[in-house]
Design a protein around this ligand. Structure first.
Ligand SMILES: NC(=O)c1ccc[n+]([C@@H]2O[C@H](COP(=O)([O-])OP(=O)(O)OC[C@H]3O[C@@H](n4cnc5c(N)ncnc54)[C@H](OP(=O)(O)O)[C@@H]3O)[C@@H](O)[C@H]2O)c1
Length: 350
């Protein structure tokens, strides 16, 4: 994602201050707990550490984290596959919701006690406290549940933007991968709210969850015949939009797309396979669009999109399943994520 969304993370602070205290920063007595990936690798590299609480520098806020959202992205970063995190050790966690504890010089519009949220593209969210630039901090009305807000950040915003970018409308058939996951579960509900027919792709054990979210059909994409099952579900209408976090263009998905269909790739869990020549032929013949999407390149839409997501959550259009874990369970949570055992939003509570 994008450097514009740079947030000076606890990791950055710790890294920069490992030999000396940063100029203008004085140490307080309270301790900060944070998770560090000591090196790139499996969940076992996630270690709970402690350091002294920093004082925010110019333009910065010290925020007490109330909810640290877990994203699939965190697993990619931990494994060393996220270019934004080129080296370990680092502190994972790319979104937080919390309360301002102290305000650096020159900050306007924030004060101690304010509820805030942030997307922290350099990590550092898995912590009791984080230092972030005020300019990249989202003010929140008081009284919102931090875990619910976390669900609306990276995953909610991406789901919202994917449907907007592909111009999903009433009557469209929308195919959604990992439909029971954090992003997928929101995409299913938002697509239904637009009047689309939704076909969720998920492991069999999650069929009940995807149905409850409102999907019209659920198909197990681990089954070799999954494309035939989708074809049977949508009939001659075909699929107008495929929201794809798998990133394998060699599948039969091209044959499912209707004329002017959109295949939008936003994840790469099985990337590396080539685009077959027949798929290129079909793209040309049927005016099919294959494209990528990255939330980090759409930052200008965030205030509007987040406003809509809050509204949908408040009016019940959007229901979010939350599973909370203590911060110290970060490694366990990553194991569950990697084993495909999670549904909905997973949050670490420091
Ligand atoms: N481009 C962007 O800006 C952007 C932003 C946010 C997220 N994303 C991408 O969107 C996707 C969804 O993210 P998320 O955070 O909401 O995660 P998530 O979907 O909640 O991830 C967990 C679920 O993904 C499914 N899955 C499919 N293949 C998997 C695999 N090889 N390993 C583990 N799980 C797998 C599993 O469900 P089943 O068992 O049902 O398959 C699993 O339970 C990810 O690929 C993420 O990188 C992209």
């Amino acid at each position: 994602m994008h450097r514009n969304m740079y947030v000076c993370t606890l990791h950055t602070y710790i890294h920069e201050s490992s030999n000396s205290v940063l100029p203008g920063l004085k140490q307080e007595k309270t301790n900060v707990k944070y998770i560090q990936a000591t090196k790139f690798g499996g969940p076992e590299v996630l270690t709970l550490l402690e350091t002294q609480t920093p004082t925010p520098g110019d333009g910065m806020l010290l925020v007490e984290v109330k909810a640290a959202g877990v994203n699939y992205l965190d697993l990619a970063a931990r494994s060393g596959f996220y270019p934004q995190i080129p080296a370990a050790p680092f502190s994972p966690g790319f979104e937080i919701v919390g309360v301002v504890k102290s305000v650096g010089n020159g900050v306007e519009g924030f004060k101690e006690g304010d509820s805030v949220a942030a997307i922290t593209m350099e990590g550092g969210g898995y912590a009791t406290h984080i230092v972030i630039p005020a300019a990249a901090t989202i003010p929140l009305p008081p009284g919102l549940d931090p875990a619910n807000v976390a669900a609306l950040l990276v995953q909610g915003l991406t789901a919202y933007m994917l449907l907007e970018e592909t111009k999903v409308k009433a009557g469209d058939a929308v195919l959604i991968s990992a439909a029971a996951g954090g992003l997928g579960s929101i995409a299913v509900q938002l697509a239904k709210a637009k009047g689309a027919t939704v076909i969720g792709l998920a492991s069999k054990s999650k069929f009940g969850t995807v149905k409850q979210l409102g999907a019209d059909f659920v198909v197990d994409y681990n089954d070799a015949q999954w494309a035939a099952s989708v074809r049977e579900a949508v009939g001659s209408q075909g699929v107008q939009v495929y929201l794809d976090s798998i990133g394998d263009p060699s599948t039969e998905a091209f044959s499912l797309l209707s004329t002017f269909g959109h295949w939008i790739v936003f994840g790469a869990r099985s990337a590396g396979k080539p685009l077959p020549p027949e798929a290129i032929g079909r793209m040309i013949e049927e005016n099919i669009t294959l494209r990528g999407y990255n939330l980090g390149a759409s930052l200008q839409h965030i205030p509007r999109a987040l406003g809509d997501l809050f509204k949908f959550f408040a009016d019940g259009t959007l229901k979010i399943e939350i599973t909370n874990y203590p911060l110290a369970d970060a490694a366990k949570v990553h194991t569950l994520f990697g084993e495909r055992k999670t549904t909905g939003k997973v949050v670490l509570i420091p």
